[in-house]
Design a protein around this ligand. Structure first.
Ligand code: ADP
Ligand code: MG
Length: 243
């Protein structure tokens, strides 16, 4: 479970986050939806402990990201934006490397890597070096790496960027399987349709503020719009008015 409370962060004169609060629950898929520059990556980076907030808190299973980063890292799997792989390692080696960092080894590590290779359909290129991988192959490998220690919480920053139709479908299927396994899945996107297709809960963010949140039905009702896209546009528009 992820709890973000009154999170603020500035970069120089840019106020990236201005009091962001939301909760992402176990067994649900939560979408962080907003236009470019809204503050999605900044929120996720604070959650995965590479950035400290100026104010507010980000908690994972009750552990504060700024105060207890190691406890938080143990409980999350992360697909960062533009995730880099080690080009000289094979897909399998890239995944195993992360597993070792999480304290896995031997038979246990091997069987995790094998299971992920099956789950994510990457057997065909598992023993090739990552250099020259297609975007889809890179994303699959980075996802396997994020999941190798079986984290309870999964953070994905715009995971379908650059994926083709088939890779997007298998990504969605994987995200649904994570939900079925009771995981807390939080992913960001600037694509309303993608979030609508997948999410149980949606947090709409614009200019560093949450402008609407809840189930798709609740967001439609809140905006007084039958159509989620209209509700999204209206919510974003209300943030423009605050400028
Ligand atoms: P999103 O992921 O929603 O596109 P970000 O969280 O990346 O948005 O960025 C929010 C705002 O903060 C943007 O205006 C962005 O330019 C700014 N920003 C993010 N990271 C940095 C940084 N390291 N240095 C300066 N500005 C940044
Ligand atoms: Mg981003």
């Amino acid at each position: 479970m992820i709890e973000v409370r009154a999170l603020s962060k500035s970069f120089g004169a840019v106020r990236a986050l201005d009091g962001v609060s939301f909760t992402a629950s176990d067994g649900r898929i939560t979408g962080l939806l907003g236009p470019n520059g809204a503050g999605k990556s900044t929120t996720l980076r604070i959650l995965y402990t590479v950035l400290e907030p100026a104010a507010g808190s980000a908690r994972v299973d009750g552990f504060d990201a700024a105060e207890t980063p190691l406890e938080v890292r143990r409980r999350i799997g992360v697909l960062p934006h533009g995730a880099g792989l080690y080009p000289n390692l094979t897909a399998r080696e890239n995944i195993a490397y992360f597993g070792r960092m999480h304290g896995l080894s031997g038979q246990e590590l091997d069987s995790r890597v094998d299971a992920l290779a099956d789950l994510l359909d990457l057997r065909e290129f598992a023993d090739r070096r990552a250099r020259g991988f297609s975007q889809g192959q890179r994303t699959k490998t980075a996802l396997a790496r994020a999941l190798v220690h079986e984290p309870q919480n999964v953070l994905l920053d715009e995971p379908s960027n650059g994926l083709d139709v088939m890779a997007t479908r298998s990504l969605r299927e994987l995200i649904r399987r994570l939900r079925e396994a009771g995981k807390c899945v939080l992913f960001s996107s600037h694509v309303m349709q993608e979030v609508a297709a997948l999410c149980d809960d949606i947090v709409i963010i614009a200019h560093g503020r949450v402008v609407a949140s809840g189930t798709p039905d609740a967001i439609r009702a809140q905006a007084g719009e039958a159509n989620l896209e209209e509700a999204f546009v209206k919510a974003i528009g209300s943030a423009e008015g605050l400028e």
